[in-house]
Design a protein around this ligand. Structure first.
Ligand SMILES: O=c1ccn([C@H]2C[C@H](O)[C@@H](CO)O2)c(=O)[nH]1
Ligand SMILES: [Zn+2]
Length: 138
């Protein structure tokens, strides 16, 4: 598996950083924004939305995926995850599997700080090796 390019698209980084500001994270105070490029060139964004019933919260990546699907998109080309901690915000296990549904193993996942500085780049295949995807059902 080859590593993804270090250079994420500036527009995509800006979209992830901007949507992070809209995150609803009163319980963790950990705001996350995600922005993805769909196959048709459209950008779709999501932010985390927490809930007083803690397990009902949703991740930024899941929101961006839902927006893409609602717009008719079915393939993710790349995604930027903009987190707020001291290190990169790496997608949780559930989100890795959700990304796998619509992204190829060589899809780059860029992780940035709130200002959009790229901290880490991995391919989806690196984040979720030997994954189970739609092809496994063929
Ligand atoms: O990649 C990630 C990791 C965490 N979170 C959210 C879930 C929760 O609201 C908060 C703290 O885990 O951050 C995301 O949205 N995406
Ligand atoms: Zn998640």
């Amino acid at each position: 598996m080859t590593s993804a390019s270090q250079h994420a698209d500036v527009k995509l980084i800006e979209a992830a950083s901007a949507i992070r500001e809209r995150a609803y994270a009163p319980y963790s105070s950990f705001k996350v924004g995600a922005a993805l490029y769909c196959e048709d060139g459209a950008i779709h964004v999501g932010c985390n939305v927490e809930n007083a019933a803690y397990p009902e919260g949703i991740c930024a990546e899941g929101g961006a995926i839902a927006a893409m699907v609602a717009a008719g998109g079915r393939k993710i080309m790349e995604i930027v995850v903009c987190g707020g901690g001291s290190g990169p915000c790496t997608p949780c296990g559930g989100c890795r599997q959700k990304l796998r549904e619509f992204g190829a193993p060589d899809m780059p996942v860029y992780m940035t700080d709130p200002a959009g500085q790229v901290l880490l780049v991995k391919t989806l295949g690196e984040l979720l090796p030997d994954s189970f995807g739609p092809e496994n059902l063929d």
